[in-house]
Design a binder for this molecule. Structure first.
Ligand code: SF4
Length: 239
């Protein structure tokens, strides 16, 4: 299978099947913590990186081969190898996956294209969006997420603020915390102010546990994560 991964069972989503919108890693960031490794170049151009018809036909053949799991499926999660919103046909894919499975749809995005009203509109029919925001300071953002030169952090932040106003589903904002890079109290306080403006339903605090694209990328220790959670308030949880 080129586009399907899982399914996996989680406490938060139940049984969920992952769908990638490209066969290889296609991303506009080159995060130092990426579990897929670094591909050395980022892309910023939206294209049909994988054909919707191919993804849907793979999904349908998975469903035929797995009738019991298909019945139990709670979510289909669009993420996979890179950034799903770079695929120009994501809106159509969302409609066709809903039609084929009847499951809820979640999108995991790095938020870089949320400043574009068209991209936000394409996501309006999903049930859950899990956008990331690792930094609110451009220097820290550059060190951790190594963005394509076309990406502007302030556009990401304003895109997230607009998304909240336009989208009626749930938003679980994810922050990847890296020891020594974005976990200083000053940065966390600035992050808290921006997150208040975004007003997500949940704030998910993560720290790398799998293999990372670069060496020397360290997780934040538990006690510090708890302190960060305290600063960010009731919506924050450590995942
Ligand atoms: S946004 Fe996701 S896929 Fe892209 S480089 Fe970062 S971690 Fe990897």
């Amino acid at each position: 299978m080129k586009y399907i991964y899982g399914p996996i069972k989680s406490r938060r989503l139940g049984l969920s099947l992952g769908l990638s919108l490209s066969a290889n890693k296609v991303c506009d960031l080159d995060c130092i913590y990426c579990q897929w490794g670094s591909v050395g170049k980022t892309v910023f151009k939206r294209e049909e990186y994988a054909k919707v018809s191919e993804i849907i036909s793979e999904l349908k053949s998975w469903m035929e081969g797995n009738p019991q799991q298909t019945k139990e499926l709670k979510f289909v999660t669009l993420s996979g190898l890179g950034e799903p919103t770079l695929n120009t046909r994501i809106g159509e894919l969302i409609e066709r996956v809903k039609e084929a499975t009847g499951a809820k749809i979640a999108v995991i995005t790095n938020s870089t294209l949320l400043g574009d009203p068209l991209v936000r509109k394409e996501l309006l029919k999903v049930d859950l969006i899990v956008p990331s925001l690792d930094a609110v300071n451009p220097e820290i953002f550059a060190k951790i997420d190594r963005p394509n030169s076309g990406i502007k952090l302030n556009e990401i932040i304003e895109g997230l603020v607009s998304l909240r106003k336009e989208f009626n589903g749930a938003i679980w904002l994810e922050v990847m915390l890296i020891a020594g890079l974005n976990d200083a109290p000053g940065h966390i306080k600035e992050l808290a102010k921006v997150i208040n403006r975004i007003n997500p339903d949940k704030i998910q605090l993560n720290s790398p546990v799998r293999s990372t694209a670069e060496k020397n990328v360290f997780p934040v220790e538990r006690a510090k994560l708890k302190e960060i959670k305290r600063i960010l308030g009731d919506k924050a949880e450590i995942i």
